[in-house]
Structures are given as C-alpha cells and as structure tokens.
Design a protein. Sequence first.
Length: 319
Amino acid sequence: MLPRFGVRYEYSFGRERGLYGAQIEQPLFPSGRVAFGVSVVRRTDHNELQQVENFENTLAFLLARQDYHDYFEREGFGAYLAWRVPDFSTVSIHARKDDYVTLAVDHSARSWFYRDRDLRENPVIDEGTAHTLSVRLERLAHRTSSTRAGYFHWIDLERAGYQMGGDFEYTRLLGDLRGVFRVSPAMTLALRAVVGRTFDGDLTVQKEFTVGGVDGLRAHPFATYRGDQMALAQAEYTVGIWRLRSPWLQGGLHAMAFVDAGRAWNGTDYRYDLDKQQIRTDGGFRTGHLRRQPASVFRQEPPGPRFPLRGQPEAAASF
C-alpha cells in the first residue's frame, strides 16, 4: 500500500511571497477506502462559497476587470482520516491549525480592458489562529467529456476553539446539495440547495456566508448579503444548440434559463429564522459559446463546492 502525495509551489510577484502546498495520504487497508493524511499549505485563499475557479476569474479580470473573490492569506497544517463509502459519500474527520492574514487590493494590477474601473476592496478579515475540528461528507463529481447526471453533496460541520484553543470560537454547518439531470442528449436540468448555520460563537469574517453575484442571486451585486445564517436554491435549464467536445471543456452554443432564490442574514440568538426573512428571487436567461464542465463542481484543497452556473451574455432581473 503505497502512499499518495502531491506538492505545489507558486510565487506571488505582487506580494513578493512564495506560496506552497503539500499533501500525503496513506491507505490503511488494501482496498484503499480508509486512509490517513496530512497537509501543509500557505495560499491566497477565499471564501468557499465564492465558486468561480481561478482560471475563469483571471479571464474575467483581464477582459472585464471584474474579480469574484474576496482574498486573504491562509497558512497552516492539518491531518484527516477519510472513509470512502462506495456509491454514497466520503466521510472524513479533519483537524487543522490555520493562521489568517488580511490582504490589501493591488490597484496597480492591469487588465486588458476597462483599466479605469475601480477594483473592489478586500474585506478586513478577523486575523488570528484558528484551531478547528470538522466532520465532512462529500460526494464528488468526476470530470468527464460530457455532462454527468447524478447527485452530489458537500456537508461540513466545523467547530473552532473552545477546548482546542486558538483565537476564534464558533460551530458552523455548511450543506450544499445538488442534482444534475440529463433530460435529453441536448437538455440538462441542474438543481442546487445550500443551507448555512451557525450554532454558537462568533463567526469570523472569512467564514461568513455570502449570497449575491455570479454564485447565487445573479441579478444582485457581488456578496450583497452576508451573515451567520443562509439559505439558497438555484435551478438552471440548459439547451445545447451546437456542441464541441474536448476532454476538459464542454463547448458550443448553449441557451440557458435560471432562477435563484435565497439570502444570508444574522440570526437572533443563533435561531435559523428563515420564515422571518425577505427572500430575494432572481431569474433570467443567457446564451454561451463555451461552458465549463459541471464535473468540476468540487475541489479537494481548500475545501469547498463548485457549481456550474456561468455564462455570457446574460439578462437577469430581481423580483
């Protein structure tokens, strides 16, 4: 039973700082379904609900001077025990120690177009050290050459501080469920439901739930709503008009219609009082010449889900 490992190194010229990540995982049984792993990382990170991938976000900046991430630095290490249950989920327990640092916006960064457009400031996060223990269930979507139908989930219950020490104390739950249904060879229905809850403590800025923008409520500005509770539902119906296949991208011309409904808020005494909130609903349509694979809706490090609700041009309205 040989271990699995991976290493990466990056360099930020704007910050003149090296970034790195390393992970090693040792299967405990010949089947490989139970494994123990450790990881160490220093990276420019962002909230896991801000789901635009780095490559796509870079293109948005170069072409439109838009950035869909709030950045901060995270440096730390951790260990985990994972059990891969076939046809159900990967159940894992994670223990981590991470240091968080606020990052300022580099206004000198140059885009190809709209160079006079002001960049949004990064929020000032709660700096300090987080000692966390989390229990996670994740069913990943695997990248294929076509849209893969099925059910996928990411459920993470995280507790910080208390007897573990550190600068922060909270108990936070994020549940992200989605289904992709192939209605016909050219038609796909994608559904998503997200629930975020804080049960106790003070949720840090970097762990707040955000709703608004391309990741949900697409007729609203980026991260319009923030809080320690959230609810979000999304539906998107896609019709393929012309198709181009490749191992990494699902291309061609698509027509898409979508509806988003949800909100983030600060609950009173940690109550999940969704019935007292003014839920916002957005709807619209769009066409796209290239669409990223729904198979890439998840990534391993840092933890966080992905959901393929992207495309241009788009018309959306809030009601």
